[in-house]
Ligand binder design. Structure first.
Ligand code: FAD
Length: 490
C-alpha cells in the first residue's frame, strides 16, 4: 500500500471507531448506576466550564458517581471504550486538567463525596474529595476544632490541591496539605478500589502525594489533622514608595533560610506596588519578634499596614478575601496564564537576577495590557516542615525549594480572549529570573503550566522521583487510562 492509502485506511478505522466507542461508552455508563451528562444533556455547558476561561474542552461525558462501586464502574466503561479518564474535584486547575486538558475525556466528578468524618481520639479525618477548601476547613473546625494546612482560596478543591502540594501560610510549621495525608480511597485504572496508605499499596500511596491524577480517582483522603490554633496573627506590611523591591526580595530570601517555622509569608508585587503578607501561629508580639530580622533591613512600614490577632475561622475568612469561606454561591472565573518558579535554597537568586526581574516588571508591566501580579511565597528554610521531609519520601519533589514564585497575568477584563501579550509578558518574567542561572528553576505542579516542555515538567515538578513514578505507572496503568497531557508516562 502507498503511504496515502495507509493513511486513508487508518483514518477510516478511526472514523468508524469513534462513534462505536462513543455508543459503547453511553450504553455502559447508563448501566453503571452513576448519573452522567453528555453534550445533549441540559446543564452541559455549566458542567464543562473551566475556571480558566482560556480553555473550552469538550469531554466525552461527565459522571457523578455516589459510591466507590459506581466510580469503579464508570472507569471500567471508559477504559473498555478506549476513552481516557480524568478526575475533577474543585475544577480550579490552571490548565483545565480537571476536564482532561484535551477533548474527549470521561470526567469523573467527585462532588458527591462531600463528607468529613473526624475520629476524635486520633484526630484523623476522612475527607471527601468533592469538597472545597473552605468547606473542609469549616467541617473540620465544627468537628472538634481541627485544622489542616492548605491554600487561601475557599473554592479550590481538596482533590487537586492535595494531589499536587497544598501551600498555605501554616505550611512551614505543619507541612503541605499532602504531607498530612495518611491514606486515600483510590479508584484504579482497572476500576478496582484500593485503600492506600504507608502499609497498603505503599508505592501508590507514595505516588499520589504529588501525582494523584496519573494513578487514579481519589474518592477520599485521610488526613492527620491538628488542633486549630487559638490565635493566628494575620499581617500585611506596606512600605514607602521609595523603598526598593529588589532589596526587599533579597532580604526575604536570606531571612527565609532560618525564619521561625510558625511564620508563613509572601511578597506580593503588582502594578506600582509591593508588600509582604502572611500569618504567624501565635500572638502579634511573637510575630514582631520573629519578623524583626527581616523588617530591620527595610525602611519603616507605613501606617496602612495591618496586624490582626484572629481565631482560626476568622483568619481563614480574612486571608481568603471573599468575606466568607462558605462556597454555596458560585465562584468567579478568570482568563489567565501563570507560571511558577521554585528557587532552591542551595542555589539562591543573585542580586543581578533580582534586579533584572524587578526592572522587567517595572518596564514591561505597564505595557503588557494585562492584570498581573507576582507572589514570592516562602516555603522552605532549615526550620520549615516542608523542607524537613526527605526529597524521596513523596512524589512531590521540591523539598529544597525556598521560594515559590507565581507569575500571573489575566486578560484586561478577566474574560476571553486571552492576548498573546499575556503569554509574552509571563514568559519574560520567568526569563528575567532564570536567564543567568547555572542551576535551573523548578516548578510547582499545583500552578500547573501546560506550556512547559516534557523535560521541564518532568524534572521541574518531580526531579529524581520521576523515574520511580514511571515504574509505578507502568505497573498500575499500563495502557494509560489516566492520560492527561502531563500525566506520568505521557
Ligand atoms: C483562585 C486560586 C487560588 C489558589 N490558591 C492556592 C494556594 O493558596 N496554595 C496552593 O498550593 N495552590 C493554590 N491554587 C492552586 C490549586 O491548588 C490547584 O489549581 C489545584 O490543583 C486545584 O484543585 P481542584 O480540585 O480545584 O482542581 P481540578 O481542576 O478539579 O483538579 C486539578 C488536578 O487535580 C486532579 N484531581 C482533582 N481531583 C482529584 C481526585 N479526586 N483524585 C485524583 N486527582 C484529582 C485533576 O485531574 C487535575 O489534574 C489556587 C488556584 C486558584 C485557581
Amino acid at each position: 500500500m502507498t503511504r496515502s492509502l495507509v493513511l486513508l485506511s487508518l483514518l477510516a478505522g478511526l472514523v468508524s471507531a469513534l462513534p462505536t466507542n462513543r455508543a459503547d461508552l453511553d450504553s455502559c455508563l447508563s448501566s453503571s448506576g452513576a448519573s452522567y451528562l453528555t453534550s445533549s444533556s441540559s446543564g452541559w455547558d455549566d458542567a464543562i466550564a473551566a475556571y480558566n476561561q482560556r480553555y473550552t474542552y469538550q469531554p466525552a461525558a461527565v459522571a457523578y458517581p455516589t459510591s466507590s462501586a459506581e466510580a469503579g464502574a464508570v472507569v471500567q466503561c471508559a477504559s473498555a471504550a478506549g476513552v481516557p479518564v480524568t478526575a475533577r474535584s474543585g475544577g480550579h486547575s490552571y490548565a483545565a486538567y480537571g476536564l482532561g486538558g484535551a477533548d474527549g475525556f470521561l470526567v469523573v466528578d467527585t462532588s458527591k463525596f462531600a463528607r468529613v468524618i473526624v475520629d476524635q481520639d486520633s484526630g484523623q479525618a476522612v475527607v471527601g474529595t468533592g469538597l472545597r477548601l473552605g468547606d473542609v476547613a469549616q467541617q473540620l473546625y465544627d468537628s472538634g476544632e481541627r485544622a489542616l494546612p492548605h491554600g487561601t482560596c475557599p473554592y479550590v478543591g481538596v482533590g487537586g490541591h492535595a494531589a499536587f502540594g497544598g501551600y498555605g501560610f501554616q505550611s512551614r510549621e505543619w507541612g503541605l496539605t499532602l504531607d498530612r495525608m495518611i491514606g486515600a480511597t483510590l479508584v484504579l485504572a482497572n476500576g478496582t478500589v484500593a485503600e492506600v496508605s504507608a502499609t497498603s499499596y505503599p508505592d501508590l500511596f507514595w505516588a499520589i502525594r504529588g501525582s494523584a491524577p496519573s494513578f487514579g480517582i481519589a474518592l477520599s483522603y485521610i488526613f492527620a489533622t491538628l488542633p486549630a490554633p487559638p490565635t493566628t496573627t494575620f499581617f500585611s506590611y506596606y512600605f514607602p514608595s521609595s523603598a526598593s523591591a529588589s532589596q526587599a526580595l533579597l532580604a526575604l530570601q536570606s531571612f527565609g533560610l532560618n525564619a521561625d517555622a510558625k511564620l508563613g509569608m509572601e511578597m506580593v508585587l503588582g502594578p506600582g506596588q509591593w508588600y509582604f503578607t502572611g500569618a504567624y501561629t501565635g500572638t502579634s508580639d511573637e510575630l514582631a519578634t520573629a519578623i524583626a530580622p527581616l523588617l530591620d533591613q527595610l525602611p519603616a512600614t507605613t501606617s496602612d499596614s495591618t496586624v490582626q490577632e484572629l481565631g482560626w475561622i476568622d483568619y481563614l475568612v480574612a486571608v481568603g478575601g471573599e468575606g466568607t469561606i462558605d462556597t454555596t454561591a458560585p465562584d468567579t472565573r478568570d482568563t489567565f496564564y501563570a507560571k511558577s518558579a521554585v528557587v532552591p535554597s542551595t542555589a539562591l537568586l543573585s542580586t543581578a537576577d533580582v534586579d533584572a526581574f524587578i526592572s522587567y516588571l517595572n518596564t514591561q508591566g505597564p505595557a503588557s495590557g494585562t492584570q498581573w501580579f507576582v507572589e514570592a511565597e516562602l516555603y522552605g528554610g532549615t526550620p520549615s516542615a516542608i523542607s524537613q521531609v526527605p526529597e524521596n519520601a513523596t512524589a512531590y519533589g521540591n523539598r529544597d525549594g525556598l521560594l515559590t514564585f507565581q507569575l500571573y497575568a489575566s486578560s484586561s477584563n478577566y474574560a476571553p480572549p486571552y492576548p498573546q501579550a499575556g503569554f509574552d509578558f509571563v514568559d519574560g518574567m520567568f526569563a528575567a529570573l532564570d536567564k543567568h542561572r547555572a542551576v535551573p528553576l523548578d516548578f510547582y505542579p499545583n500552578y500547573v503550566d501546560d506550556r512547559l516542555t516534557d523535560q521541564q515538567w518532568q524534572s521541574g515538578y518531580y526531579g529524581p522521583n520521576y523515574a520511580r513514578l514511571l515504574r509505578i505507572k507502568e505497573e498500575v496503568d499500563p495502557t494509560g487510562v489516566f492520560a492527561y497531557p502531563q500525566a506520568i508516562g505521557k
